[in-house]
Design a protein around this ligand. Structure first.
Ligand code: ADP
Length: 500
């Protein structure tokens, strides 16, 4: 491209110089042709003066030397030297004509000095003799000779003028031709440049853009041409490297996801099998501990009774743990039974299940109108139940006040369960969603409720997180994608918060 631009600039420069040269030549030739015409006209004037000299002398003699007839002669004699000088200056660019003019001027001088002056003084003195001399005198021959020299001069100057005129017109033609050639070269170069741009720049850039479009639509196998060694080749290679690394990352992510799914499934399987298998020995221990309690408690001393109570409490806790573990491993297995469910009804179901606890705690439970969402009814009511149960469980001395609301954000509904309980240290806000994670203050529970909520919400394509501070109550938020089933709501524009 750089070489082509250089060659083009040189070519245009050469055309421009030639054009200037041709125009100058044309102007000089035209000027010289005009000068030759001016020389001819100055020659004509000089020739007329020479004729005036002759006719003046003749008229003077013929009139019997009357001074008035000498006037044309006198005027011509005064003027011819100056006219001769002008003619000389006009032909100084033509040596041949300059020679002829020199001859003419000396012939006129000779005519004046050697012929006319003696003839006039002879006429003054002896008019008769002068009259007879003038008839046979050399005056006419001299003038004739001068006129034929003029003829030569005019022929030569005319030829010169013609030559210069045709030179000027051929230079003008050359200028036009050079101008047109320049224009054609310019247009050709513009066309070639456009072609070059289209082929070498626009097309590769379009290829990269098409590749980027394909990549953005998910086809990571798209590649751009990268054979060139210039910047566009660099662009193509950079794009290909990016697409290849994206493709590799996607494959790695897919492989890791598959691996994760497999190990999760194995874990769930393991949890299910283990908890199931643990049930039987636990049952044996529970039965025998129960028998021991019923038939042998009276015979045990105080320490024995304490040990027995610990065994009974341990088996109870073990049973709860196994039940929750089974529950956790069951959630997320199999396809979701999604349907359009009114969240109000799901909350109501949870409230019914917790009616005894609510009454026992003297809790007040309020809610805004909730939307209809596409969800698995049983699992959605389980989420409400776990969150409500925690709000009741982790209350302080005051009667629990729980409020449930829902807001529409772009593409999703955000449900919020607010309580006035003991609150949570923000540094623990993520940990509490892990299975079996319980905070120091928790006296009851196995730490599996929120882990189940997270599993359910994420299976529905949503997120769950908590906003809380110790002794300031907690707000648990979770989102469910908007199915559009609830109309007449405008989405809020605030960001939808951070997922747990
Ligand atoms: P559990 O099933 O034992 O209730 P969760 O997984 O539901 O366990 O909760 C984990 C821990 O998070 C609880 O032990 C408690 O410390 C804390 N927590 C959960 N909900 C609340 C709440 N509403 N207020 C204060 N702490 C809470």
């Amino acid at each position: 491209m750089v070489v082509a631009s250089g060659a083009f600039a040189l070519l245009i420069g050469a055309v421009f110089i030639l054009l200037v040269f041709a125009i100058r030549e044309q102007r000089d030739s035209a000027r010289r042709a005009i000068r030759a015409q001016e020389a001819i006209s100055a020659g004509n004037k000089l020739e007329k003066l020479a004729i005036d000299l002759e006719t003046g002398v003749r008229g003077y003699v013929a009139s019997g030397a009357r001074p008035v007839f000498l006037q044309p002669y006198t005027a011509a004699r005064q003027a011819y030297t100056g006219q001769g000088r002008e003619l000389t200056s006009l032909v100084n660019d033509n040596p041949k004509a300059a020679g002829t003019v020199a001859k003419i001027r000396s012939s006129i001088d000779d005519y004046v000095n050697l012929y006319s002056i003696p003839m006039i003084s002879l006429a003054r003195d002896r008019i008769d003799v002068a009259k007879s001399v003038i008839v046979n005198g050399t005056g006419p021959q001299r003038i004739q000779a001068i006129r034929s020299q003029f003829q030569q001069l005019f022929d030569s100057e005319r030829a010169l003028a013609n030559k210069r005129t045709s030179q000027a017109s051929s230079r003008a033609n050359a200028a036009v031709v050079i101008g047109i050639a320049g224009l054609v070269i310019g247009l050709g170069a513009v066309f070639l440049l456009a072609l070059y741009l289209a082929r070498s720049i626009v097309r590769p850039v379009r290829d990269v853009a098409a590749g980027a479009e394909s990549v953005s639509q998910g086809d990571l196998s798209a590649r751009a041409p990268d054979e060139r060694s210039d910047e566009l080749g660099d662009l193509g290679r950079a794009f290909n490297t990016m697409a290849a690394s994206l493709e590799q990352s996607r494959d790695e992510v897919a492989a890791r996801t598959a691996e994760l799914e497999r190990s999760n499934a194995e874990l769930d399987q393991f949890a299910a099998v283990t908890s199931h298998d643990l049930k039987e020995p636990l049952q044996t221990v529970t039965v025998f501990a129960g028998l021991l309690d019923r038939d042998y408690r009276d015979r045990l001393d105080d320490s024995g009774k304490t040990f027995l109570d610990s065994i009974l409490a341990g088996t109870d806790r073990m049973r709860t743990l196994i039940r929750d573990l089974l529950e956790y491993s069951r959630v997320g297995h199999g396809e979701l039974q999604c349907e359009e469910v009114p969240a109000d009804e799901m909350l109501e179901r949870a409230r019914d299940n917790l009616a005894a606890r609510i009454a026992e705690k003297g809790a007040s439970l309020t809610s805004d109108p909730l939307p209809t969402v596409s969800a698995d009814a049983k699992q959605l009511s389980q989420v409400f139940q776990n969150l409500l149960s925690n709000a009741l469980k982790f209350s302080d001395d005051e009667a629990p006040e729980v409020h449930v609301s829902a807001n529409l954000f772009p593409g999703e509904w955000r449900f919020s369960v607010r309580d006035n309980g003991i609150g949570i240290d923000p540094s623990q806000a993520e940990r509490i969603f892990q299975p079996f994670a319980r905070l120091g203050a928790a006296k009851e529970g196995t730490g599996i409720g929120l882990a189940i909520c997270q599993k359910i919400v994420e299976h529905h394509g949503g997120r769950i997180w908590v906003e809380s501070r110790p002794a300031a109550g907690s707000v648990f938020h979770f989102t469910i994608p908007d199915s559009g089933a609830t109309e007449g709501q405008q989405p809020e524009t605030a960001p939808a918060g951070v997922g747990a």
